[in-house]
Design a protein around this ligand. Sequence first.
Ligand code: GMT
Length: 380
Amino acid sequence: MKIGITCYPTYGGSGVVATELGLELADRGHEIHFISYSQPIRLTGTYPNIHFHEVEVTRYPLFEYPPYDLALATRMAEVAQLYELDLLHVHYAIPHSVSAMLARQMLAATPPRKKLPFVTTLHGTDITLVGLDRSYLPITRYSIEQSDGVTAISQYLRERTQRVFDIKNHIEVIYNFVNCNLYKRDPAWRDKRLEYATPDERILVHLSNFRPVKRITDVIEIFDRVQKKIPAKLLLIGDGPDRSQAEWLAVQKGIHEKVLFLGKQDQVQEKLSISDAMLVPSELETFGLAALEAMACEVVPIATRVGGVPEVIEHEVNGYLADVGDVETMARYAIDLLGDESRLRTMGKQARLRAESKFCASEIVPHYEQFYRRVLERDS
Ligand code: GMT
């Protein structure tokens, strides 16, 4: 198939999923065309059947808000026509599904009247935060209803979308996935971790875009409690608006030398596969892709019991779940786990098994392919 993929190319779960999906589909012989305002951050190499089409937004003094959605719709239609795309797959509803809807209409109305079905994948904040804003809700609902296929990345997100948006179309749940061949424990992890920690120190890790929903200061609070009992370092991967707040708190607590801000990384598996536990104290996660990537690397997640997270992590089997803001409990889980080598490694193996049993790319990507075929058959 020839598939156009649109996503936010910056640091964020939906862009990561879209990029990894494009890479996997290309690997399976499909021709992939990414259409976005810049190259997705995880698209680092060159690949024979992956193409990137940049969307240029014209700036003009009259345009206080340059119309990206219109430029995107135009580029989608151009690329679809020129490269004879079979379908478009947009990740994150706002504004991508509205642009796809326009591109589909334009192509249908203009000779040679090409069909361009589109699939919308709902990820999280497009529904839980942004989509609920009154200025976006009606258009988001409309573009979801107009999609030729809709998928959600967890049961939680499907139910919430149906309930809050009162959407009647079928929403297929296709879970997020991880490349289990790439994301795995590095056999040389004991040596490689010496770059960050002494042999007696444990490594905790956090990976996110440092937005308020991630509760970065809770990460620091938990780590502060842990490092008082267990020698440890904290690796913080990513960047975003709450980074300086976290830096300030680490300095205030006198632990900034143990908290290593690594910034944005494009090979996150290298850092995950030398870590022991991951902290995910988010206010909400519709899935928790970072936790899954950690689990595949035998890193035990300590997370909040929110949204779709319990669909991924089984409490006390392959990770821990606690209430939002309960830093005491999350710290206690971390201390008990990190103080017991045998439990740490057993739960790490269980985490890997959980990822392998349900969430490997080899399991999930064929689900997307089947879904595309269903959409195309319906449309023919
Ligand atoms: O918060 C992020 O990391 C970005 C955000 C997004 O919408 O781009 O992530 C959402 O989608 C990810 C990929 O499907 C999910 O794994 C995250 O749980 C979800 N984030 C939230 O719900 C806050």
